[in-house]
Design a protein around this ligand. Structure first.
Ligand SMILES: Cc1cc2nc3c(=O)[nH]c(=O)nc-3n(C[C@H](O)[C@H](O)[C@H](O)COP(=O)(O)OP(=O)(O)OC[C@H]3O[C@@H](n4cnc5c(N)ncnc54)[C@H](O)[C@@H]3O)c2cc1C
Length: 472
């Protein structure tokens, strides 16, 4: 049996990143993936197909709006089968970047099969022994199915099956108002489904700033999604009306039920107990070097909980891989941009206003509406705002606007705009630099500049008098 320096279990974003990092330090590496292809959720069941679908839905929506405004003479009649095939094509294109041979040529042994620990230092892959000095667990998550009576018999879709649909559901019920739920609710609505969304907590994308939640709800409702917040689903059944879900306030009938109500670590059959690794709050616990409580076992990505994003998984994978190969690397997740790909997009980085107030006390908050940004008007997408949260510096206090500690952007392409704010936080720049730097006209980014301008008397004066525009 080949004994590898490092065996990585799970070939998604985190696992690939770990394998490449370990290999780059000269380690001998095995990368084990249960599915026939590398790529994981992001490529096959997550980011890529969902963003591809959202992009088409946006085109359809824009064309419909243009028809309503009399700019073109017909509403589009999209073919869902063609759209779904197009989404699959994109997935294939991106999956091709992660072909086994690419990693094999870098000296990584890609093994397909289900890995399971037999002992702390020994695993098997579909029964074949796999020996390694160090392991990296990167097995990701699966959708959590809420305890709704009859849900299994009624039948449901998750992120693993929804992109296989070749027929548009006439009525879609989405359970869960987190990022996945709101993104797909809007996309299917735009493609023509009647969509209802049920969220147990009292607002959509709970955990985000209230203004961001409100913006998403407004957008969904305006497009005809039936949004029910603060509502718990109890029972599901199948009848002649379709799938019927009973909730606190009544019932909803649908042709398809999408469960997007949270994620749980995918450790089925992994034999964690035989490796001696306990779960903490349902996820694999790691320290700031991605080390689990067992000395020679590391973990990275969604399986460790926290923020379930591909860019976080990639960062953790790299740190885990480097440490597994004997190099000291430390996690740095202080600045992580997060994006919800609704229209308008919602993005944030750093601390929210409430967290900054609680932790730093003396913070300033400035906001600017997209409706006053010419680019947003020209593009007829005036919804949204920028909010910047700043705090005084230790000695210089508020000089130069203090330092930026958090930002929320709602608006067209907010996911792009947020990175300027992220860089300012990461480099501990004076917040005023965002106002000082010349921004190109007319761009959405000018919204960031105009918001930062309000940290200073002139900007505030102009904003208060309604004179502040993105050209002044
Ligand atoms: C609908 C949806 C949309 C999303 N959109 C975004 C987005 O826009 N941006 C973003 O940043 N994130 C997004 N995410 C989250 C993103 O997909 C995850 O954060 C990312 O895939 C995590 O990577 P990972 O490597 O930790 O896990 P995964 O990608 O889940 O990879 C784990 C891999 O391990 C394999 N595996 C599991 N157990 C075993 C075993 N015992 N043996 C061998 N192999 C095993 C699995 O088959 C899988 O390939 C989205 C998620 C969903 C569900």
């Amino acid at each position: 049996v080949t004994a590898y320096d490092v065996a990585v279990i799970g070939g998604g974003t985190a696992g690939i990143s770990a394998a490449v990092a370990a290999r780059s330090r000269g380690a001998t590496v095995a990368l084990v993936e249960r599915e026939p292809r590398l790529g994981g959720d992001c490529t096959f069941f997550g980011c890529v197909p969902s963003k591809a679908l959202i992009e088409v839905a946006r085109v359809v929506h824009d064309a419909s709006r243009a028809a309503e405004a009399g700019l073109v003479d017909r509403r589009p009649t999209p073919s869902f089968a063609a759209i779904a095939a197009g989404v699959q094509d994109l997935v294939e294109t991106i999956a091709a970047d992660e072909r086994d041979e690419r990693f094999a040529s870098a000296g990584i042994d890609v093994l397909h099969g289900r890995a399971s620990f037999e002992a702390p230092q020994r695993a098997v892959v579909d029964g074949r022994p796999l020996a390694a000095s160090r392991f990296v667990i990167a097995t990701g998550t699966v959708a959590t199915i809420p305890p709704i009576e009859g849900i299994r018999e009624a039948g449901y879709l998750t992120n693993e099956t929804i992109f296989e649909l070749r027929e548009l559901p006439t009525r879609l019920l989405v359970l869960g108002g987190g990022p996945t739920g709101v993104e797909l609710a809007q996309a299917f609505r735009r493609l023509g489904s009647e969509v209802a969304l049920v969220e147990e907590l009292d607002r959509l994308i709970p955990g985000w700033d209230e203004a961001a939640s409100a913006a998403v709800e407004t957008a969904l409702v305006a497009e005809g999604v039936e949004v029910l917040t603060g509502v718990t689903a109890h029972r599901a059944s199948r009848s002649s009306r379709g799938i019927v879900v009973e909730h606190d306030r009544g019932s909803i009938a649908a042709d398809a039920l999408l469960v997007a109500a949270g994620r749980q670590a995918d450790v089925r059959g992994l034999g964690l107990e035989r490796a001696g690794i306990p779960l903490r709050d349902g996820f694999v616990p790691i320290d700031d070097r991605c080390r689990t409580p067992v000395e020679h076992v590391f973990a990275a990505g969604d399986v460790t909980g926290g923020r379930l994003f591909t860019h976080v998984a990639a960062h953790e994978g790299k740190v885990a891989g480097l440490n597994a190969a004997g190099k000291g690397a430390t996690l740095d997740e202080r600045v992580v941009p997060e994006v919800v790909f609704t229209d308008p997009e919602v993005a944030r980085v750093g601390m929210s206003e409430s967290k900054a107030r609680a932790q730093l006390g003396d913070v300033s908050v400035v906001s600017f509406p997209m409706a006053r940004v010419d680019r947003a008007r020209i593009g007829r997408r005036p919804d949204g705002f920028v909010t910047l949260v700043t705090a005084p510096r230790p000695l210089l206090r508020r000089l130069g606007g203090g330092r930026l500690v958090g930002a929320t952007v709602v608006g067209d392409r907010a996911g792009e705009l947020i990175h300027e704010c992220a860089l300012a936080i990461q480099t501990r720049a004076f917040a005023g630099r965002l106002a000082q730097m010349i921004h190109a006209y007319p761009t959405m980014s000018l919204a960031v500049q105009q918001t930062a301008a309000q940290l200073f008397p002139l900007g505030r004066l102009l904003a208060e008098s309604g004179e502040q525009r993105n050209r002044t």
